[in-house]
Design a protein around this ligand. Structure first.
Ligand SMILES: Cc1cc2nc3c(=O)[nH]c(=O)nc-3n(C[C@H](O)[C@H](O)[C@H](O)COP(=O)(O)OP(=O)(O)OC[C@H]3O[C@@H](n4cnc5c(N)ncnc54)[C@H](O)[C@@H]3O)c2cc1C
Length: 317
């Protein structure tokens, strides 16, 4: 029985989280369909059909889906499921802001349990997911006829190109009146996307102010061509925007290099970055728990160490 993946995209391209979700779905069944919703997304069809392992791509291109409001996304998926002759055994979303927003609504509508943030597929009914801020792994089994699943993108390699799926255009819903798009403020950021970045420089409470955060953390990130992250304490104090937060209640990242500046290493923060290939920590407290998670640790005052580091690094500009 096929699985249906709800694609995440930015209007121009499919995000790596979609490709990682395809890989996860392959462990359930190699019959995989992709549903791509949005407005002005015609160019995504030829990208989607090339993903290796995808057998069918369903495109819904309509203004009502322009901002992918969860209410409309759920209604579109529910309508699609009713209209299709195919019975899906699983519907998978990336465990991203988009997926976390939409999947629970669909699961409630279908009256099934949501299986959240899976990191492994044991068999089509059985999955692994981290619990207790990543300190334990739960094995969960679901007998639901249709499973609504969110997939942790960093746990699966993104599926590569090489497929040749058929593409079908389907009719859009008229839309629900429950929610309406009013406006949005898009953060202008020339840096790499946090969840796809190879290098992340992250700052904590020790920075003490938004200006110091910019002067130290962002400057080092610019020198390295890195994305910027933050601890919750730094976000709560207003030193960094909310979408920089890494951890249990923030983003889960797995870069090749993670540099933690003035971050103590609380379990809730570690939960978001422990899959990083190499972790470097600078902290003035030699007993800070972050050092237990670090491959390289420097006991130093970051306000002295980081400018020195920046000076020694070749600038990318
Ligand atoms: C339910 C729940 C969910 C949470 N989710 C998250 C989450 O998603 N992400 C997250 O990050 N946190 C999360 N937290 C909060 C978490 O428990 C910590 O409070 C938080 O991570 C601490 O942030 P911090 O390391 O920046 O600050 P602190 O713990 O205050 O650490 C600051 C560190 O900076 C060091 N330092 C100070 N000055 C300097 C200097 N000049 N040079 C070098 N080092 C210096 C200190 O030695 C210290 O180790 C959550 C908590 C709860 C209860």
């Amino acid at each position: 029985m096929p699985s249906l993946i709800i694609a995440e995209h930015n209007g121009c391209t499919l995000l790596p989280s979609t490709r990682a979700t395809v890989t996860a779905a392959k462990y359930i069944d190699d019959d995989i369909h992709l549903l791509v919703m949005g407005d002005g997304i015609a160019t995504l069809a030829h990208l989607a059909c090339q993903i290796s392992g995808v057998a069918a791509v369903f495109m819904v291109d309509a203004p009502i889906l322009g901002h992918l409001l969860a209410e409309n996304v759920e209604q579109q998926i529910s309508t699609f499921l009713q209209q299709q002759e195919t019975t899906y055994q699983a519907i998978l979303f990336p465990a991203s802001t988009f997926g976390k927003n939409c999947a629970p609504r669909l699961a409630a509508k279908l009256d099934v349990f949501q299986i959240s943030d899976i990191t492994a597929v044991i068999d089509p009914q059985t999955f692994e997911r981290p619990i207790y801020a990543g300190n334990a792994v739960a094995t969960v089994r679901s007998e639901d006829k249709i499973k609504v699943i969110t997939v942790r993108p960093t746990a699966f390699e993104p599926a590569v190109d090489g497929g040749n799926a058929r593409v079908e255009h389907i009719e859009a819903i008229s839309g629900t009146k429950q929610a309406e798009f009013i406006s949005q403020q898009v953060t202008q950021n020339s840096r790499p996307d946090l969840q796809a970045a190879k290098i992340i420089v992250s700052g904590g409470r020790a920075l003490g102010s938004a200006s110091a955060f910019a002067e130290v953390v962002e400057k080092l990130a610019d020198t390295l061509g890195a994305a910027v992250g933050a601890s919750r304490a730094a976000v709560d104090a207003g030193y960094a925007p909310n979408d920089y937060q890494i951890g249990q209640t923030g983003k889960i990242v797995a870069p090749q290099l993670y540099i933690a500046l003035g971050i103590s290493g609380a379990i809730q923060h570690i939960a978001g970055m422990k899959e990083s290939a190499v972790v470097v920590a600078i902290n003035k407290d030699p007993d800070a728990p972050i050092f237990a998670a670090a491959d390289y640790g420097l006991v130093a005052d970051l306000f002295a160490a980081v400018p020195e580091l920046i000076e020694k690094l070749p600038s990318r500009h």
